[in-house]
Design a protein around this ligand. Sequence first.
Ligand SMILES: [Zn+2]
Length: 137
Amino acid sequence: MEAREHNGTSFYAYLEDNRLMGSRCGSCRALHVPPRPLCPTCYGDEMSWEEMSGTGELVAFTTVHIGPTAMIAAGYDRHNPYCAGIVRLSEGPTVSGQIIGVDPSDPESIAIGTRLRATYVKRGYDTGTFLAFEPLD
Ligand SMILES: [Zn+2]
C-alpha cells in the first residue's frame, strides 16, 4: 500500500482524501482505527494500512453544549450543540466522530443502532479534515 507516503500521523492525510484508514496487525490480525504504530493487543509492529468502508452503526453518543476551541470556532455553543458519537465500523473497530444529520437539540430523536456512513468535513477556517458520520438514509 502507500505506507511510504503516509506514515506517522498520516491517518489525517488520508482523511484529506476522504479515506478512512485503519491498521491491521500482521501478527494477531487485530484491526485498529485510527491506526496504531504498535499493536496494543500483541505489541507486534508489522502493521499494514487497511481501508475501511466507512459504514457502521452508532453505539454511543453525547450532545456537546460546550465544546473544544475548534468546535466553538465552527459555530457550536450551548445554543447550537453538536452530537459526538462512537461508531462501530462494519469492519469491527470503534471510532469517534461528530454525528451530523441528526438533531442534537433533541437527543431522544437520536437512536443507538442508527446506520451511518463516514463523511469528511472541511471547515473553512482550518485546512484540516475532520471525520464525521451521517445517517445512511
Ligand atoms: Zn497484534
